[in-house]
Design a protein around this ligand. Structure first.
Ligand SMILES: Nc1ncnc2c1ncn2[C@@H]1O[C@H](COP(=O)(O)OP(=O)(O)OP(=O)(O)O)[C@@H](O)[C@H]1O
Ligand SMILES: [Mg+2]
Length: 241
């Protein structure tokens, strides 16, 4: 994790929370078909912590992560990222926010099938306008970090699920986010491979530059976390582990 963060601007205005949710509500639809997925959620993500959100299927984990990362807006309450009010931002500002502050990892990896591991990691950097040499160096470094440097030229179909997830994590880290948001990152992996991915996330946090927020069904993930919350009936509560 050599120089991750070197180019970040410091724009955290209030306290040291990277992401702050206050009374966040999210209702899908309206009338009697409305689904109240989140019913007043408070959450503060501090630097260099691994936070796990547990909850059964349909409990609102993905909804919460999407809002925390600026993919979606709450229907009530407030969300601040780096001290800035996300609901007051334009769609373009939120897009920039996602590019600069937040990296996403999903259970289905989301890699481009006809690109190599290195190319998958490099594409967002190219979109962000990083010059070629700097890009190559950064790609090599993050692939090394996630332990997949020897497979840089492999395409996703030539990689195992765990290796594909490492590439997806590398792709997210390459943009040097302050917060890495992972929605069921081990959901498509066997138990042993899932554990290795969790340990990788733990190591990334321990390197001191990134905060990680994970949603999971997996009880073992909680053992590696600094903070564990349970999401139930649209409410988030600290877990009694
Ligand atoms: N785009 C949508 N439109 C309507 N309802 C939605 C939408 N997305 C989610 N929901 C509903 O909101 C609730 C929470 O869904 P969410 O996907 O956040 O749960 P989850 O905890 O991530 O579930 P899983 O563990 O299965 O991924 C569910 O009742 C779901 O049906
Ligand atoms: Mg989900």
């Amino acid at each position: 994790m050599a120089d991750t963060g070197a180019s970040r601007s410091s724009n955290s205005a209030d306290g040291d929370a990277l992401i702050e949710l206050r009374g966040v509500e999210r209702t899908y639809g309206s009338g009697h078909t409305a689904v109240r997925a989140l019913r007043g959620v408070d959450l503060e993500l501090k630097p260099a912590r691994l936070t796990v959100i547990r909850g059964r299927s349909g409990s609102g984990k993905s909804t919460l992560l999407g809002i925390a990362g600026g993919l979606d807006l709450p229907t009530g309450g407030r969300i601040r990222v780096g001290g800035r009010d996300v609901s007051a931002m334009t769609a373009r500002e939120r897009l920039l926010l996602r590019r600069t502050e937040v990296g996403f990892v999903f259970q289905s990896f989301g890699l481009v099938p006809f690109l190599s591991a290195a190319e998958n990691v490099g594409v967002p950097l190219r979109i962000a306008g990083i010059p070629p040499q700097q890009r190559e160096e950064r790609v090599a470094r993050v692939l090394e970090e996630v332990g997949i440097a020897s497979h840089a030229r492999h395409r996703p179909a030539e990689l195992s699920g765990g290796q594909q997830q490492r590439v997806a994590i590398a792709r997210a880290l390459a943009q040097r986010p302050r917060v890495l948001i992972a929605d069921e990152p081990t959901g498509h992996l066997d138990a042993e491979t899932g554990l290795l991915i969790m340990r990788l996330l733990r190591r990334i946090v321990d390197s001191g530059t990134v905060t990680v927020l994970v949603a999971t069904h997996d009880a073992r993930m909680a053992e590696l976390a600094d903070d564990v919350f349970d999401l139930r009936d649209g409410h988030l509560r600290p877990a009694s582990i």
